[in-house]
Design a protein around this ligand. Sequence first.
Ligand SMILES: NC(=O)c1ccc[n+]([C@@H]2O[C@H](COP(=O)([O-])OP(=O)(O)OC[C@H]3O[C@@H](n4cnc5c(N)ncnc54)[C@H](O)[C@@H]3O)[C@@H](O)[C@H]2O)c1
Ligand SMILES: N[C@@H](CCC=O)C(=O)O
Length: 542
Amino acid sequence: MDASTTVPVPVNEKVLGYAPGSSERASLEARLKELAGAGPIELTATIGGQQRPAGGASFDVTMPSDRHHVLGRSAAASTDDARAAIDAALAAAPAWAATPFDERAAIMLRAADLLAGPWRDTLNAATMLGQGKTIQQAEIDAACELIDFLRFNVSYAQKIYSEQPLSVPGVWNRVEYRPLEGFVYAITPFNFTAIAGNLPTAPALMGNVVVWKPSPTQQFAAEFTMRLLEAAGLPPGVINMLPGDGIDLSSVALADPRLAGIHFTGSTRTFQHLWGTVGANINAYHGYPRIVGETGGKDFLIAHPSADPEPIVTALVRGAFEYSGQKCSAASRAYLPQSIWTKIKDELIDTTAALPVGDVRDLANFTSAVIDERAFRKHHQLFDRIAAGTDATVLTGGTADDSQGWFVTPTLINSDNPQHEIFRDEYFGPILGIHVYPDDQYEQTLDLVDSSAPYALTGAVFATDRAAVESAHQRLRFAAGNFYVNDRPTGSIVGQQPFGGARASGTNDKAGSMWNLIRWASPRAIKETLVPPTDHRYPHMS
Ligand SMILES: NC(=O)c1ccc[n+]([C@@H]2O[C@H](COP(=O)([O-])OP(=O)(O)OC[C@H]3O[C@@H](n4cnc5c(N)ncnc54)[C@H](O)[C@@H]3O)[C@@H](O)[C@H]2O)c1
Ligand SMILES: N[C@@H](CCC=O)C(=O)O
């Protein structure tokens, strides 16, 4: 049975400011220099606690804002690596499942404290360099959100374990929250070091063993995350990290009868492919694999004519362009009434055009390059389509330059056609589509917001009129799993805004919450009769 001792009450990790002259800035800058100048480091697979080069095709991890700067060299996991990782995970499973909850929890809490202290600069600097994040964006992700995931999950797990059924005189009923039988396959995206750390550690906290495949473009920070977990005392084999694109790994892992679950965050397309493969293999498994996936978004901001104009500009600039729009939560379509648009148009265009965009090592920049050549080309093609079409206008931005890094300028695109692709497709970049509607058509526009895109991840309404807020709550009830009133639709905090969406945006199991952790437990109900009956006859028989 799992322990019911108390665990520390979690508190959100404080976001450090890195202002000029601060001690945290000096220490971060020193670590940035060290990691950037370390020469390409070898990025290995970790199988059964052993670091070893993976056997597949090699790849480089480079800086998005300085694309010729190679940070690390790695190789994709081969089918042999995949089999070895699954074997190592399953070999570790009995001892890990038998490890008391308190001991598992202590490892996660220690990882959180190490990250809050001596590992903070390393994970922040690795995330800045490898994933192209500014310090603000790295700090809220690689430091604070991952620390929060580790601490809050311990507290949520304890709540789950303490949830017990009724016992009656003569009978003791209990529920044992067993781990799943088999291994969990955690597949993580490039854009959040915290998500990459949470997806393997959440199932591991619940007693599961994991094969973890980070994104190739996040492999630099993933390498340090794996070392951090080892430093915290994670036993060999509990989490096995395999680099690469996942093709060979999936050919083995998704066909393995012992696949117990998939913990995925990434694009809708990849998730649908994984789900389809599991469906096709369903007769092969010992059980029904749990499938948890948080995927894409086309996140909206709608303003009512009663809204204060000024905060809308800030919400749009931060919501759309922080981390160059590479957040699943990024505001990528805005619906503004004509009266507000008239007031904010110039300021929004001027502020967007003036955003400092450049190398992440210059801490004065607001944002940087997009993640890789694929993302860069996707945006280039979008700009070509917009230029060739007649129903959308670039208000600012619309250019891309790869001479130094994968730079795409923060871009505002206006269209009167609410069915235009800019209001439907996820680009995952610094692109904000703007639709201006007549002031008297707020209600109809809410319906447009609800129906124009297949996703339902995040959204925001700006209004001072309470009836307008209420109307948005009702009409957009299923349009977002995270809904914001008078705030930008990004920046959820663990423990405050449990995160996830439905429709094409995922299974909405809310990362960093009890609802997610419960997916990694297989409850066993135990009834113990204290003095068993000795007469088979019922009263009606006498
Ligand atoms: N809803 C959320 O909480 C959330 C959070 C972050 C990112 N996202 C979404 O993630 C996407 C961006 O991330 P990305 O570009 O890394 O997504 P992606 O789908 O391209 O990749 C995600 C992961 O899947 C892996 N992958 C791809 N094919 C695979 C296969 N056949 N087998 C195993 N692994 C495979 C990738 O290598 C990567 O590790 C966006 O759509 C964004 O909205 C969603
Ligand atoms: N939880 C983050 C988004 C993660 C997706 O990329 C936010 O709310 O901005």
